[in-house]
Design a protein around this ligand. Structure first.
Ligand SMILES: [Cu+2]
Length: 149
């Protein structure tokens, strides 16, 4: 009698384990499908790394000519897809900048990486302009370009 009771208890335990597997397995699959369905297709950002650099030269008259640059200076992106720019300051202490026409602004500091995100909706060429190194007198503005296709 006690042996029969033991087997039936075992069976009940197995049924409980099997039922738990079905319930949790189903819940897990459902959760996976929800996760996949809720992620927009084009949500993966287009990520680009940029650094600030510096050119300098000595002119014939002995004067020093310097220019800060974005490197690479031109980023080509697809419209209606998120863009992430990671801009690291190497040369120059600080570069407050705007991306004209895209409503993006930030500041790049030496040794730090500034991350800006935006989703362009119109094709075109948008200048990245450093507001500190933008003196028309020197003729060497610090400028890059975001080309949206
Ligand atoms: Cu600058």
């Amino acid at each position: 009698m006690s042996k029969v009771m033991f087997i039936s208890k075992r069976k009940i335990q197995w049924y409980i384990v099997a039922a738990a597997l079905v319930v949790f397995g189903g819940a897990y699959i459902g959760w996976q499908q929800t996760k996949a369905a809720s992620a927009p297709i084009s949500a993966e950002p287009q990520v680009y790394q940029i650094v600030t650099g510096e050119f300098s030269t000595t002119m014939d008259n002995g004067k020093q000519l310097e220019a800060y640059v974005f490197s690479p200076d031109t980023i080509i992106v697809k419209k209606n897809q998120p863009v992430e720019l990671r801009i690291t300051g190497v040369s120059g202490q600080s570069h407050p900048f705007v991306i004209e026409g895209l409503g993006v602004k930030g500041t790049i500091n030496k040794g730090k990486t500034t991350v800006v995100r935006f989703t362009p909706t119109q094709a075109g060429t948008y200048p990245i302009i450093c507001e500190t190194h933008n003196d028309p007198k020197t003729g060497v503005p610090m400028v890059g370009y975001v080309v949206v296709q």
